[in-house]
Every structure is written in structure tokens, then in C-alpha cells.
Design a protein around this ligand. Structure first.
Ligand SMILES: NC(=O)c1ccc[n+]([C@@H]2O[C@H](COP(=O)([O-])OP(=O)(O)OC[C@H]3O[C@@H](n4cnc5c(N)ncnc54)[C@H](O)[C@@H]3O)[C@@H](O)[C@H]2O)c1
Length: 390
């Protein structure tokens, strides 16, 4: 149980870039980071509008002198303070991630960065090299991977409960952008503009979430080649897609599909992960994250519940409230933020042994997401052909 067993010595002095008032994702970063007192928010450059960002920071209770107009001003000023920030979270539109993350690492900060990590594989690998050279931790907020039932699925595959893995069926298909909502929603407008979103919309924005979950559950599967087709059903979104289907061949002979869509009319999140083995299947749905469906051929379906003693220990280590009470997105994210903090503290203190078995989406997960998007776009733009994964 996390509660009552703090694993970090003190909260890290932490700042945010982006995540200002009205942003979609800023609040959950602050809520998740604060949950185990692993981070304390002491500074920020919260908004593209400097005055709005400063006002917001003051409202959050920060010292007005530590509410900055830009990330550059913040990194410079904080570096000059004895009690300056030690870590920063980046929750801005995609086009800014690379420059802000690079500047943060160059200032010796640990980083939590939103997905997609950046636009190109070359940029992603440059950030990876920089983080390694500086000995800094980079966490990437594939937040849904923090759910305990994902750990259960991983342990079940590892223990052979499913038999040899044959099929991997992934989807994140919501319906919220079935119409051109970007005409009135600034938070959607940048997502369908390649200058801000990068080379893809739904592939990078949502497809990378179930992709990363599949990599957590199935670490032994490596994509050999893939084929992607993408469409812009709202025509003004072209060249960016609002729907995409990717087929994946793994080097074990397993086969995967991933459907990413923002035009699945009537759908809520529609994020599902189904793993089919020779003996049994697992299915997880993020709208019911406390349950995992375990389906053994020829037997009644079993619905496994978070917190229950029959789960593998890996699925119970982050439990806060025992079975029955539902946990949700805040707890899933908080599990990741907690692990980020442990990794950051261990790195600062040279306590490498604390990283043993500590799984979190790090820089390699960010790099892999960008690599996958780049391969999907290459395949789709060649007309939907098989391409070797590279
Ligand atoms: N992990 C997840 O589940 C998840 C969910 C939603 C969004 N995201 C990602 O989070 C990021 C932000 O998405 P959002 O939906 O919150 O966007 P948003 O448009 O709702 O908010 C962006 C915020 O960043 C601020 N901003 C923009 N440029 C800035 C800059 N240069 N310096 C400081 N602040 C700046 C804006 O003023 C705003 O407050 C994106 O990369 C997105 O892909 C991740």
C-alpha cells in the first residue's frame, strides 16, 4: 500500500510550463504530483499569455516573484536561487516540447513531459542523449499506464496465464471531434494544425497511449513491420488525420491492430486493450479501469478486481484503499508521478538500487512513441503500405 509508506525523503521543488487556467491537462499534473507529497509546486510559466499565467500562479498560492513570463526566464532565475526548482513538468502544445525539454535538461532539471515527446525521432533521440549525458530523469505522462490492473495484465502474461501471445488489439477511439469543433475550441484547433501538433493528430495524440500500455504488458514483443492508413473525415483537418488504423507484425509472429479515432461518433474514450493468447485472453477498458476481463477458452469469463488478494503482488503494490472503492485517473497518474519522484531522488543521491523494478514511462517510452508515429505516417503517406519498423 502506498498510504503510510512514503518512499521519498522530501517533496522535490517543482515547476510547470503550461497547464494554465482552462487547459485540459494542467490540473491532473498538479493533482497527481501533490498526491503523495512527492513534489511541491513552487514556480511556473503557466500560460502563453504571460499576464494570465502570472495571475494563475498567484491564484494557486505561489510567490508572485516565481510566476514567470516564459520558461526561459524561469529556468535562468531559478538556477540562480539556492532553493531553485529541481524538476519541471511540460504541459504545453506539442510543438514546444522539444525546445522546453532541452532547455530544462541543459539547466540540470529533471523533466516530466507530455506526449508526444516531440515531432521527430531525431529530436527524441537528441533528448534521450542529453538526459543520459546530464544524468537526469525524464518521465513521459502515458498516464493510463499507472493503473494497477495494467501491472496485473503484465504479470499474467509473464507467468504464462495466456499462453503464447497471438493477437494484440488496441484502440483509443472517441467521438468528441466528430464535427469541426476546432472552429470554436482553441484546445482542439492546435491539435489539427501540423505547425502545433506535428506530423499526426490521432496517432500521436491518443494512439500512443494504448501502444505504450501494450509495451508494458508485452515487453517481449517488438514490431517488425507495420501498415497504416489514415483519413481526415473532417476535410479541413487534412493533412492531419482524425482516424487511423495500423496493422503491426511482431517478430514473434504475433499480430496487432491499433485503431485511433476522434470521429467514433457516440464513443466516449473507447480506449481498450485486448491481448489474445493460445489459452486465454485479457481485456482492459479505461472507462472501467479497476477491472480486467480474464477469458479462458471453454470457461466462464472472470472479471478481476483491483485490490483483491488473488491478484499478483505487482498489481497490489500501489493500492491505496483496498478493493471495492473505485480508484481512477488521479490515482493512476499519481502512481506514475510517485515513481518519477523516486527515480529523480535516487538519481540525485546515486541510489541506483532503488530503481530496481521501478517501472515508469521514461525517455525511452517517449522515443518509442515518436518512432511509432513516424513509421505510421511514413506508411500512410506511401499509400498505406507495409514498412519495416525502424
Ligand atoms: N497524457 C495525457 O493523457 C494527455 C491528455 C491531454 C493532453 N495531453 C498533452 O498535454 C499537452 C497540452 O495539452 P492540453 O490539452 O492541456 O492543451 P491546452 O491547449 O488545453 O493547454 C495548453 C496550455 O499551455 C499553455 N502554453 C502554450 N504555449 C506555452 C508556452 N510556450 N509557455 C507556457 N505555456 C504555454 C497555454 O496557455 C495553455 O495553458 C499536449 O502535448 C497534449 O498532447 C496529454
Amino acid at each position: 500500500m502506498i498510504v503510510g509508506t512514503p518512499n521519498t525523503r522530501r517533496p522535490l521543488r517543482w515547476a510547470m510550463v503550461g497547464g494554465g487556467r482552462g487547459s485540459q491537462i494542467g490540473y491532473i499534473h498538479r493533482a497527481a504530483a501533490a498526491r503523495e507529497r512527492a513534489f511541491e509546486l513552487v514556480a511556473g510559466a503557466f500560460d502563453i499569455d504571460a499576464a494570465a499565467g502570472r495571475a494563475f500562479g498567484v491564484e494557486l498560492g505561489l510567490d508572485p516573484g516565481r510566476c514567470y513570463a516564459t520558461h526561459a526566464a524561469m529556468f535562468a532565475a531559478e538556477a540562480a536561487r539556492a532553493d531553485g526548482i529541481e524538476a519541471v513538468s511540460i504541459a504545453t502544445p506539442n510543438n514546444t516540447h522539444f525546445a522546453i525539454a532541452r532547455a530544462a535538461l541543459e539547466h540540470g532539471l529533471h523533466v516530466v513531459c507530455e506526449k508526444p515527446l516531440c515531432f521527430t525521432l531525431a529530436q527524441a533521440e537528441a533528448l534521450e542523449a542529453l538526459a543520459q549525458a546530464r544524468g537526469r530523469v525524464v518521465g513521459v505522462t502515458y498516464g493510463y499506464s499507472g493503473y494497477p490492473m495494467i501491472e496485473q495484465a503484465r504479470a499474467m502474461v509473464e507467468n504464462g496465464d495466456l499462453g503464447e501471445i497471438r493477437l494484440v488489439n488496441l484502440q483509443f477511439a472517441h467521438g468528441f471531434h466528430s464535427q469541426a469543433v476546432e472552429e470554436t475550441s482553441p484546445g482542439t484547433a492546435w491539435r489539427v494544425d501540423p505547425r502545433f501538433a506535428g506530423p499526426s493528430y490521432v496517432l500521436g495524440d491518443i494512439g500512443t497511449h494504448p501502444l505504450y500500455i501494450s509495451q508494458v504488458i508485452l515487453p517481449h514483443l517488438k514490431i517488425r513491420r507495420l501498415l497504416c492508413a489514415r483519413q481526415s473525415f473532417v476535410k479541413s483537418r487534412a493533412p492531419l488525420e482524425d482516424n487511423a488504423v495500423t496493422l503491426m507484425e511482431y517478430d514473434t509472429g504475433a499480430f496487432g491492430t491499433l485503431w485511433a479515432s476522434a470521429v467514433n461518433a457516440g464513443g466516449m474514450h473507447g480506449q481498450k486493450v485486448r491481448i489474445v493468447g493460445a489459452k486465454a485472453s485479457l481485456e482492459w477498458w479505461d472507462e472501467h479501469p479497476n477491472q480486467l476481463s480474464y477469458e479462458v477458452q471453454g470457461e466462464p469469463v472472470r472479471l478481476l478486481d483491483r485490490g483483491m488478494p488473488y491478484l499478483y503482488p505487482q498489481a497490489r503494490q500501489d493500492d491505496r484503499i483496498g478493493p471495492g472503492h473505485p480508484e481512477g485517473l488521479f490515482e493512476g497518474w499519481a502512481n506514475l508521478y510517485y515513481r518519477f519522484a523516486i527515480a529523480m531522488e535516487a538519481s540525485d543521491r546515486g541510489e541506483g538500487e532503488r530503481l530496481e523494478g521501478l517501472r515508469f514511462p521514461g525517455i525511452e517510452a517517449g522515443v518509442e512513441g515518436v518512432r511509432w508515429v513516424e513509421n505510421c505516417v511514413r506508411s500512410a503517406d506511401l499509400g498505406g503500405v507495409w514498412v519495416d519498423y525502424r
